[in-house]
Design a protein around this ligand. Structure first.
Ligand code: 9D3
Length: 248
């Protein structure tokens, strides 16, 4: 999976490329992250990438030209390597909500260009001419698109076959099966007078699996009833699951 990222803060991306699962995927070339700074594509000595908004109002607007010149360079690079350059995604509050399903769809694309906005906004003409789709992390205000871009890449990189070790991939099942995860415990057996549920200490694997499934169902039912609805609609609930849910 190849990502090309347009950002005026390329240094931020070491959080993704240097650490943990995503760092290892970059090191082993399962993923690559190429960073492009629109300031490097400015004609003027001041390296201006923003200007005041036509019509007035507070806040600056990112200019179309430096962004478009960065994009042109990305597309040239892909052309020379004889690879398709893939769609262009803008991270923006007005985008569609990013989900696990969209992470899987992006993985299928094989490569993606991500545009990170800063300041108040991006010139609409850049968006109209170049952006194929827009993604948002949700209804809260961040300072720019860099952290959302990293969140998207993290979610996608984890889906690359071989990116997770065996112990890590087990931990993925939970969202894939559409339910919240069950509670987890580790040593010591008693912590501050609180003990680990007996069933987990017994070594009876079928009973443990049943307990975990029920805890998943119960937590999801109480905290995210909407996920129970979609799990049901997607045929992910067994007759035993339905029977247990009726008992709650
Ligand atoms: C307070 C400024 N807002 C005016 C009503 C507009 C605005 C512009 C730029 C709000 C946020 C941003 C920067 N955010 C992103 O670029 C962003 C984002 C977000 O803020 N929340 C959730 N997902 C995303 S994806 C990109």
């Amino acid at each position: 999976m190849r990502f090309d990222v347009v950002t005026i803060f390329p240094e931020m991306f070491s959080a993704l490329t240097q650490w943990g699962v995503t760092g290892r995927a970059c090191e082993t070339s399962l993923a690559s992250v190429h960073l492009w700074n629109p300031r490097d594509f400015c004609a003027d000595a001041r390296k201006t990438v923003d200007d005041r908004a036509y019509g007035g109002g507070p806040g600056m607007v990112m200019m179309a030209k430096p962004l478009e010149d960065a994009l042109a360079q990305i597309q040239l690079t892909h052309q020379s390597a004889k690879v398709a350059s893939g769609p262009v995604c803008l991270l923006a509050p007005q985008g569609e909500r990013f989900t696990q399903k969209k992470a899987a769809e992006i993985l299928d694309l094989g490569n993606l260009t991500l545009i990170c906005g800063r300041y108040e906004a991006i010139d609409q003409r850049f968006i109209d001419r170049n952006v194929d789709f827009q993604l948002s992390l949700g209804d809260f205000v961040l300072s720019g698109g860099e952290i959302p871009a990293m969140a998207v890449m993290d979610a996608v990189i984890r889906l690359i076959p071989g990116a997770l070790g065996d112990s890590e991939s087990a931990a993925q099942d939970s969202f894939i099966n559409g339910l919240l995860d069950h509670p987890h415990y580790t040593r010591p057996e008693i912590y501050e007078n609180l003990s680990v549920p007996d069933v987990l200490l017994g070594g009876h694997h079928a009973k443990i699996a049943d307990w975990r499934r029920q805890k998943s169902l119960e937590l999801t039912f109480r905290l995210r009833p909407d996920l129970i609805e979609s799990a049901r609609a997607n045929g992910l609930l067994t007759r035993e699951d339905e029977q247990f849910l009726r008992s709650l």
